[in-house]
Design a protein around this ligand. Structure first.
Ligand code: DLL
Length: 433
C-alpha cells in the first residue's frame, strides 16, 4: 500500500491538531486583513483572529455560505490581487450566478499534491494510464484529476466527457487502466459497452476514481460488476479547492480527509450547533493552506459523518462517510425527508432493476406525490400484466418501508430517461411553491 505523504497522512492526532491550529491562526489573520467580507463578519460577531487560541474556538467564528459568495461575485472573496491569480474555475451550480474561485501558483501546486494523495490512496501509480472523462472547462473535476495524475507520473489521457463510443475505443486501444468520471457516467459507459458487444474483461481497466455526485454502495457494486474494476469514491467542491478534499484508500471504509489542508466540522443544519464526533450532519470546511481563495467555516450542504479512528492502511487523518446527499437536494414529501440516494439504494438492490431512474414530484391538491420512473429493460419486461403489477408493487413496498412514505412506481420506455455524461440530475420537481 503506497502513501503519497506519510508525514501529513499518518501523524498522531495531537500533532495534526497543533498543525491545524497554527495554520488556522495564520489564515484568520490573513483573511481579516485582506477580505472585507470576513473582516465585517468577524467584527459583527465581535471576534478578533487573536481570540482563536484553540481549535474549539473555531465554533465562535461565523459561517460562510454560498450566499456570501454570490454577494461578493465575482472576485470579492479573493485574498490576493488578481495579478497573483493564475487560474479561475467556477462551481457547477445550475441556479443563479455561478461562484468564481481562483488559484495562485502555490494553490495549483497544493491542489495537484492533494489529488495525487487520494489517487495514490486509491492505488494509482506511475504505471497507470489514466483516462479523464470529466468535462474540461470551468468545472474543477478534469483539471484537478489531470494535474494530480501527472504529479504521480501516470500517463494522462485528457479525454473530457461525452462521445461515449470514442471513450470506449480509446480505452481499448490506449489500454486505459484507471477511469476518472462521475459514477453515473461510468454506468452509461457500461451500458454502451454492452450494446457495442465490448467485453470489459478484455480491457486493461482495473480501477475507477469516481466522484462529484452522491452514489450508493449498491451503485458501487453495480459498476464493479459491469466494468470489472475496483471503484473508489472521492469528494471535493470547487469552493474549497475542487477534487482533493477527501478520497478512499484501497480499504474503502470512508474517505480520508486531508486534515493538514482542511478542518472538518459536522453541524446540525437546523440549529447550526457543532455535533460530537460520529454524528450525522452537515459538513463544514475551513481551508488552511489556500492563498487566493481561503474559506472559513464554509457550509457545504453535504450530509455525512466523521470517523477519527485510524484506518488499517496506516493513515490517521479523519475519514468522512459517503455523503447521503445535499441538504438542498433533500426532498420533503408530506413532511418526510427523502434523499434520492435512499431510493437509488433500493432500486439497485432489487434484482433485475436497471439503474436508469428518475424521481418526479408533483402535487394532488395540497398533497405531495412522489413517482419513481424506472426504464423498462429486458430483465423487467413482462408480457403478463399480472407479473408486471406484482413487480411494481414489490418495488413500491420496498421503497415505502425504507422511506416511510408511499410512492408510485412506473415503468417508462427504454432510453426515455436522459443519459448522463457529467453529474446526474435525478429529480424533476413539478410542485408549485
Ligand atoms: O464536484 C468537485 C469534484 C470533482 C469532486 C471531481 C470529485 C471529483 P462542484 O462542482 O463544486 O465540485 O460540486 C461540489 O458535488 O458539494 C457535493 O454535493 C457533490 N460531490 C462531490 N463529490 C462527491 C462525492 C466538484 N464523492 C458538490 N459524493 C459537493 C457525493 C459529491 N457528492
Amino acid at each position: 500500500m503506497q502513501i503519497w505523504d506519510p508525514t501529513y497522512e499518518c501523524m498522531p492526532r495531537e500533532d495534526i491538531e497543533q498543525l491545524q491550529l497554527e495554520r488556522l491562526q495564520a489564515t484568520l489573520n490573513r483573511v481579516y486583513k485582506t477580505v472585507t467580507c470576513y473582516r465585517k463578519k468577524f467584527d459583527e460577531a465581535g471576534i478578533n483572529p487573536e481570540d482563536v487560541q484553540s481549535l474549539s474556538d473555531l465554533a465562535k467564528l461565523p459561517f460562510t455560505t454560498k450566499e456570501d459568495l454570490r454577494l461578493n461575485y465575482p472576485y470579492g472573496m479573493f485574498a490576493v490581487p488578481l495579478r497573483e491569480v493564475v487560474r479561475i474555475h467556477s462551481s457547477s451550480g445550475t441556479t443563479g450566478k455561478p461562484t468564481v474561485v481562483g488559484y495562485t501558483k502555490n494553490d495549483l501546486k497544493t491542489w495537484a499534491n492533494l489529488v495525487a494523495r487520494f489517487m495514490t490512496a486509491a492505488g494509482v501509480t506511475h504505471d497507470d494510464v489514466v483516462q479523464i472523462a470529466f468535462g474540461y472547462g470551468l468545472f474543477t473535476g478534469a483539471f484537478g484529476l489531470h494535474y494530480g495524475a501527472e504529479a504521480i507520473g501516470a500517463s494522462v489521457i485528457p479525454m473530457s466527457s461525452g462521445n461515449t463510443e470514442k471513450q470506449i475505443m480509446i480505452m481499448q486501444d490506449y489500454k486505459t487502466t484507471a477511469l476518472v468520471c462521475t459514477p453515473s457516467y461510468a454506468i452509461t459507459m457500461a451500458s454502451r459497452m454492452e450494446q457495442m458487444g465490448v467485453d470489459p474483461k478484455g480491457l486493461s481497466l482495473r480501477v475507477g476514481l469516481f466522484g462529484a455526485e452522491p452514489w450508493s454502495e449498491a451503485m458501487r457494486r453495480e459498476i464493479e460488476n459491469r466494468l470489472c474494476i475496483k471503484a473508489t469514491d472521492n469528494y471535493g467542491l470547487s469552493e474549497i479547492i475542487g477534487p482533493g478534499v477527501a478520497g478512499e484508500c484501497e480499504y474503502r471504509c470512508g474517505m480520508h480527509l486531508f486534515e493538514d489542508a482542511f478542518i472538518a466540522e459536522i453541524i446540525d443544519p437546523e440549529t447550526c450547533e457543532v455535533l460530537p464526533p460520529g454524528s450525522v450532519g452537515e459538513l463544514v470546511l475551513t481551508t488552511l493552506t489556500k492563498e487566493a481563495f481561503p474559506m472559513i467555516r464554509y457550509r457545504t450542504r453535504d450530509i455525512t459523518s466523521l470517523d477519527y479512528s485510524p484506518c488499517d492502511c496506516g493513515r490517521t487523518i479523519v475519514r468522512m462517510k459517503k455523503t447521503m446527499g445535499r441538504t438542498d437536494d433533500m426532498l420533503i414529501i408530506r413532511g418526510v425527508n427523502v434523499f434520492p440516494s435512499q431510493i437509488e439504494e433500493v432500486l439497485f438492490d432489487i434484482e433485475g432493476c436497471e439503474p436508469h431512474y428518475q424521481l418526479v414530484v408533483g402535487s394532488e391538491g395540497s398533497m405531495d406525490v412522489l413517482e419513481v420512473h424506472i426504464e423498462v429493460t429486458e430483465n423487467i419486461f413482462f408480457d403478463e400484466m399480472k407479473r408486471q403489477r406484482a413487480f411494481l408493487e414489490h418495488v413500491e413496498r420496498r421503497i415505502n418501508s425504507v422511506l416511510g412514505v408511499s410512492v408510485t412506481v412506473k415503468l417508462v420506455e427504454p432510453y426515455s430517461i436522459t443519459r448522463h455524461e457529467g453529474k446526474a440530475n435525478r429529480v424533476i420537481d413539478n410542485r408549485k411553491r
